[in-house]
Structure formats: C-alpha cells, structure tokens
Write a new protein. Structure first.
Length: 71
C-alpha cells in the first residue's frame, strides 16, 4: 500500500511539474490534451530509460573473478 502511494505521489508531482514548466493553464480542452500528450511522452521516455538501464545492468559481470594460482 505504501509503495502504491509513493508511486502515485511521484506521478502526480511530475504531472504538476510538467504543467508549471510549460506554463500551461487548465482552461481549455486543448491545453488539457497538450498536457496529457507531454505527460504520456514523458512516461514513454522513462520506460525507455528503465529498459536501457536494465539492459546495461544485465550485461555487467556480477560474479567476482578469482585468481587462484594452481602451483
């Protein structure tokens, strides 16, 4: 429950951040449509970044290399 609340607050804060940064007023349907278009684009970019970071993490060598001398 706490995780869902944190995610919801994060998304809502970013929604309002997009509105304030783009100086968009919620007075017409055209502006509301523009806000949602920007917001959806932002969410898609977040998704692409998560996929890219996850792919890079998977490629890393996580097992430590051992240097055992077999003398």
């Amino acid at each position: 429950m706490k995780t869902i609340l944190i995610i919801a607050v994060f998304l809502l804060m970013n929604f309002f951040f997009i509105i304030s940064n783009n100086n968009i007023h919620l007075t017409s349907m055209e502006n509301i449509s523009q806000i949602f278009s920007i917001y959806i684009n932002w969410l898609q970019e977040i998704g692409k970044s998560i996929v890219e970071v996850t792919g890079n993490v998977i490629k890393l060598e996580w097992v430590p290399q051992t240097n055992i001398n077999s003398s």
